[in-house]
Design a protein around this ligand. Structure first.
Ligand SMILES: [Zn+2]
Ligand SMILES: [Zn+2]
Length: 271
């Protein structure tokens, strides 16, 4: 079997403070990054792809905020899907008000920078800064391609930068537009929390990073975790595009920039 000729499927089921969940795999099997939608909604989304929870080999949690873990017990314990997270994130999940039952049979630990293999997926967690118990991004190698997920982070540190640079496909946060946040309804205290190093990435931060670190390996850039109050898909794509255009290696027709829907699934991308 030639792993490099197999299809890769990618779909976001939801991205943002209402719930985050991403599928990567193919028609045979897959993994989920985060379980921030209910088990019921996640199953419905899988069904729309022609899949079932039985096709999910594992769930990888980025951090213990409710929008990333709401469905974790319903999926993990109910359907016995292994739920991988760092030890501190598992403690955070246990302490989260939205989690009524603890993870038991589905609980699995992982450590940052220690890759694990599940069938033909190779998964590496790397540290990111955020106001949670502990936070990681994920680098997923599958069928010869690298997907790097980095969501909910205030700055792009060296670890995240390394994995983003080596990716073929990037899923990176673009949470807010500077002007919209400044002129919106959020209190100054909340604005400052979002802007902090342990908060979220702005469109501009993401654009600057991508422009300064542009790699010709990049095939697609998915912008994720857009704020409902302080961003629009158009602004996020436009800001990131404007920054990327400052790097003359970036060719607009070669790398598509996609802002993921907040509350509805993206289309199914087949690579
Ligand atoms: Zn979040
Ligand atoms: Zn968060």
């Amino acid at each position: 079997m030639d792993l490099f000729n197999k299809q890769i499927w990618f779909q976001s089921f939801g991205s943002g403070s209402s719930g985050n969940c991403y599928f990567i795999g193919n028609q045979e099997h897959g993994i989920l990054i985060d379980a921030g939608l209910s088990a019921r909604t996640t199953r419905k989304n899988l069904k729309n792809m022609g899949l079932d929870v039985k096709n999910i080999r594992a769930i990888f949690i980025t951090h213990d905020h409710t929008d990333h873990i709401k469905g974790v017990v319903g999926l993990g314990e109910h359907f016995l899907i292994p739920v991988f997270a760092t030890p501190q994130t598992h403690t955070g999940i246990e302490n989260n008000y939205s989690v009524v039952r603890t993870l038991d049979r589905s609980k699995r630990f992982l450590n940052k920078e220690q890759s694990i293999n599940i069938e033909d997926f190779r998964i590496t967690a790397f540290p990111v800064l955020h106001d949670s118990a502990d936070s990681v991004g994920y680098c997923i190698e599958f069928c010869g391609k690298i997907f790097t997920f980095a969501t909910d982070l205030g700055v792009i540190g060296n670890d995240a930068a390394k994995y983003l640079q080596s990716a073929d496909y990037i899923i990176l946060e673009a949470n807010y537009d500077n002007e919209m946040l400044r002129n919106g309804t959020y209190t100054l205290a909340l604005q400052n929390r979002i802007r902090a190093n342990t908060g979220h990435l702005s469109n501009e931060q993401t654009g600057v990073f991508l422009a300064e670190n542009f790699s010709q390996k990049w095939q697609k850039i998915f912008l994720c975790h857009l704020s409902e109050e302080n961003n629009t898909k158009e602004l996020a794509v436009q800001t990131v595009r404007e920054w990327l255009l400052k790097n003359n290696k970036f060719k607009e027709n070669e790398v598509e920039i996609v802002a993921l829907n907040r509350k509805s699934p993206s289309k199914l991308y087949v690579f």
